[in-house]
Design a protein around this ligand. Structure first.
Ligand SMILES: *[C@@H]1O[C@H](CO)[C@@H](O)[C@H](O)[C@H]1NC(C)=O
Length: 259
């Protein structure tokens, strides 16, 4: 009891005006979505956050994502896998970064920064034979949520993809959003959080159904340098440069109330 209180106070000191908790362990990357959280360590071990402990998942992956489309991962050779019946099923396609946050469709980029998506039909088919759609443009990170997909390129420029649909995930056009981010994650509810090149955490404000691109970036003023961020169900998960894990309570867009 005393120990957990100390941990909470320690976490809170990492941010101004945020309620944060230190989470045990060290991770290279993590993803929260559809009420679940998965992460990978630098050596490729996979963990699932379950009843407040990390439970190891068999296998070795470099990047993992969880969301309405299920649990997907890529290994260090960019092979794509889907967690099916507690086993990793190899799926056709080569991706470096993958995102399962869309409405049962999938998105990601490969090592050449080519942008891909996979329509809902293919994510739920259960078949290892999939047909990824190529989206024009080059990105280093691409993430989807309720109101569409956001990405960043190798110059830290930010883009929103218009008219992404679960059955037509290629969308229609890119919209350049002001600002500069190295990665961003869209929550299942449509909330958008990103990292600036110097490791500061920003939240996109003003996102509505009418204006899915939002209105402004707000610095959340965390007092630590962050290397990865993910958001789901009122919780923002951060990884420090050293891989330490912090979970902070942050209200989302509130869009889930409207649907
Ligand atoms: C950045 O992306 C552009 C294309 O969008 C490409 O021409 C360029 O080589 C890339 N730079 C690096 C350093 O990868």
């Amino acid at each position: 009891m005393l120990l957990s209180l100390c941990l909470i106070l320690l976490g809170a000191s990492a941010a101004k005006g945020q309620t944060c908790t230190d989470i045990p362990g060290k991770l290279q990357q993590l993803d929260a979505g559809a009420g679940e959280v998965y992460g990978v360590t630098t050596s490729g071990s996979i963990y699932k956050w379950q009843r407040n402990v990390w439970v190891q998942v068999p296998g070795e992956m470099a990047h993992v994502s969880v969301g309405p489309a299920g649990v997907w991962a890529t290994n260090k050779r960019s092979s794509v896998y889907k967690l099916q019946d507690n086993d990793w099923m190899s799926v056709s396609g080569l991706l470096k970064q993958i995102d399962a946050g869309g409405d049962k469709y999938l998105a990601g980029v490969n090592t050449e920064e080519v942008v891909y998506c996979l329509n809902r039909y293919d994510t739920i088919s259960g078949s290892p034979y999939t047909h990824f759609t190529t989206i024009p443009g080059r990105l280093v990170y691409y993430s989807c949520g309720r109101l569409g997909c956001w990405g960043v390129n190798n110059a830290s420029d930010i883009y929103f993809r218009y008219n992404v649909k679960p059955t037509a995930c290629e969308g229609s056009q890119w919209w350049r959003v002001e600002g500069s981010l190295t990665m961003l994650e869209v929550g299942t509810d449509g909330s958008v959080f990103g990292l600036s090149p110097d490791g500061k955490v920003y939240k996109r404000e003003g996102i509505t159904y009418k204006k899915p691109t939002g209105t402004s970036w707000v610095n959340l003023n965390f007092l630590l340098q962050v290397k990865h961020v993910t958001y789901d169900a009122g919780a923002l998960w951060l990884l420090s440069l050293e891989g330490d894990i912090l979970k902070c309570e942050i209200p989302g867009t509130g869009l889930s109330d409207l649907v």
